[in-house]
Design a protein around this ligand. Sequence first.
Ligand SMILES: *[C@@H]1O[C@H](CO)[C@@H](O)[C@H](O)[C@H]1NC(C)=O
Ligand SMILES: *[C@@H]1O[C@H](CO)[C@@H](O)[C@H](O)[C@H]1NC(C)=O
Length: 224
Amino acid sequence: MSPLLLLLPLLLATATATAKTTAVASVTAAAAAAPTRDDRGGGPPAPPSPVPPATPPWPEQFHAVVITNLSARGGGLQLIDLYYDWPRGRDLNIVRDQLSREPQWNVEWANGTAFLFDAASCATFQFAVGLLPPDWKARGAAYLGRDRVDGFDCHVWSNFVFARYYEDVATGRPVSWNFNGMQRHVLSFEAGAVLQDSSKWQAPAYCFTNTNGGSRANAAASSS
Ligand SMILES: *[C@@H]1O[C@H](CO)[C@@H](O)[C@H](O)[C@H]1NC(C)=O
Ligand SMILES: *[C@@H]1O[C@H](CO)[C@@H](O)[C@H](O)[C@H]1NC(C)=O
């Protein structure tokens, strides 16, 4: 399984990216095209003809800690620190796989460029559309009713990024979402939290040398 397919959770990936991003983009597009296919961990879909609630936007900036159990896909547990920063047009995922020595970093920019790197390597991706906007629920997402997830009574939404997105009815905070067949669970959610340290957002110099990114991306694509 390609680690790249576990990332890129917030870019609006479309199938029109450059050749080396085709695998990731098409998988994301497929997940979007078949939003009812994989509901793992989320229980049965909510009843039909639900009355949509209000569509409060995401906070423009937040920090979420998210865990995923990937053992059904041959992996372990995964912990992601997600910083979403809409005013600055970017989000950052610091991805720790269980017992791995160091995290992977995934910086996604509103112009559709994404950098995936660790201390030794980097892959660059270009998507046709950038970050998911805070008001994505009001922009054509489907409301699917209510469901109970992780013990929370949730509103359930679906769009072309999230097959299912579960939001706590009581507080409006995200509880869980299903992206590309992976069920993410939100452990903490801090509205307004910002990662100020600009060095954390800066892709390393070896992302810009054009020598290692392509081979890394190609290797990942061919193994997926
Ligand atoms: C992860 O999922 C597997 C099933 O795929 C399950 O057996 C295991 O208990 C889960 N681990 C955790 C920590 O939830
Ligand atoms: C998008 O923005 C990032 C961050 O400023 C930059 O590194 C990248 O080159 C930009 N991509 C394009 C296609 O302009």
